[in-house]
Design a protein around this ligand. Structure first.
Ligand code: C2E
Ligand code: MG
Ligand code: MG
Ligand code: MG
Length: 295
């Protein structure tokens, strides 16, 4: 367990940490151990979805939510997605888990909607992994999910990253075109952090850009972050895309993106990702506030 605590700490500071051979050994052991237990994690219901609220910047109303995977390891406790998502990807398990996430997220969304808890035009965002994007299986998964849950396709946003668009451009074009034809929306996650040209904004059917959270850090002090964030918001709007800021942690960050009329934000300032039950509570509170305001 001490090994794992160290592993998690090291993973976080990977770039500025000198590894010693002993520690590399521990690192490899922990990785192998996590990988083994990950195989059983799904059956044992150790994996669950949390939801982070996304807020309409103008009105302060809930605009949507992003589904985020959580792994509660019985011994280790909470393992960070930054650690277990790459493991899921290496083992190929991400394909199965990713389909489970998609189905779960849409099922939960429809449940909230049917209980009248969601404001009109709310949407749910689901992250896709590059491994899910290499063949047409993703299209079957999306179609099946739409069919099984009955979710309005326009309420579903699939988040992809820039790097997924450069590997096989034709394949990406075909898959995104098909997803779009189903009515499902596409968002670019962590915009500005990948290796790709802006050309893809023209080439692919994209609906949303998400400003990466690294650009929101200390935005009131960092001229560079301020310049990049405002430029991305303006670029998105000039292209007719919606823009979502992630990692809004402070009032200053919120004021900044409000000034530039960023459409939607998510971040610790409003809420972290929370369990389904906590999200239900939040929706109940919101709907009460809204109805008091109207009466
Ligand atoms: P992401 O898709 O960019 O998700 C946003 C991450 O930022 C989440 O981290 C979220 O908890 C975190 N975050 C939100 N607001 C704030 C804030 O104000 N400050 C800070 N410091 N962080 C904030 P999380 O949940 O640890 O997920 C990390 C990454 O793991 C995600 O980044 C996504 O790439 C991946 N991931 C999570 N769930 C899934 C999934 O179901 N499938 C796939 N393929 N990837 C997933
Ligand atoms: Mg995301
Ligand atoms: Mg992101
Ligand atoms: Mg990210």
């Amino acid at each position: 367990q001490a090994d794992i605590a160290m592993y998690q700490a090291k993973e976080k500071g990977r770039n500025n940490y000198q590894f010693y051979s002993e520690e590399i050994n521990a690192f490899v052991k922990v990785q192998a151990m996590l990988e083994t237990s990950l195989h059983r994690a799904l059956e044992k219901r150790e994996l669950d979805l949390y939801f982070q609220p996304q807020v309409n910047t103008k009105t302060g109303e809930i605009w949507g939510m992003e589904a985020l995977l959580r792994w509660f390891h019985p011994k280790v406790g909470n393992v960070s997605p930054d650690i277990f998502i790459p493991l899921l990807e290496d083992t190929g398990l991400i394909v199965e888990v990713g389909e489970w996430v998609l189905l779960q997220a849409c099922t939960q969304f429809v449940d909230w909607q049917s209980k009248g808890l969601l404001p009109p035009n709310t949407s749910v965002s689901v992250n896709l992994s590059a491994r899910q994007f290499v063949n047409c299986r993703i299209l079957d998964a999306v179609s099946l999910t739409l069919e099984v849950t009955g979710i309005n396709p326009e309420c579903l946003i699939l988040e992809i990253t820039e790097s997924m668009l450069v590997e096989d451009v034709r394949q990406a074009e075909a898959i995104l075109g098909e997803i779009h034809r189903l009515g499902v929306k596409i968002g670019i996650d962590d915009f500005g952090t990948g290796y790709s040209s802006l050309l893809y904004l023209k080439r692919f059917p994209i609906d949303h850009l998400k400003v990466d959270k690294s650009f929101l850090i200390d935005i009131e002090k960092s001229k560079e972050n301020a310049a990049i964030t405002s430029a991305v918001i303006q670029l998105a709007h000039a292209l007719g895309l919606m823009v979502i800021a992630e990692g809004v942690e402070t009032q200053e960050a919120l004021s900044f993106i409000s000034d530039y009329e960023c459409d939607v934000y998510q971040g610790f300032f409003f809420s972290m990702a929370i369990s389904r039950d906590d999200f239900t509570e939040l929706l109940l509170r919101q709907s009460k506030t809204m109805s008091t305001r109207m009466s």
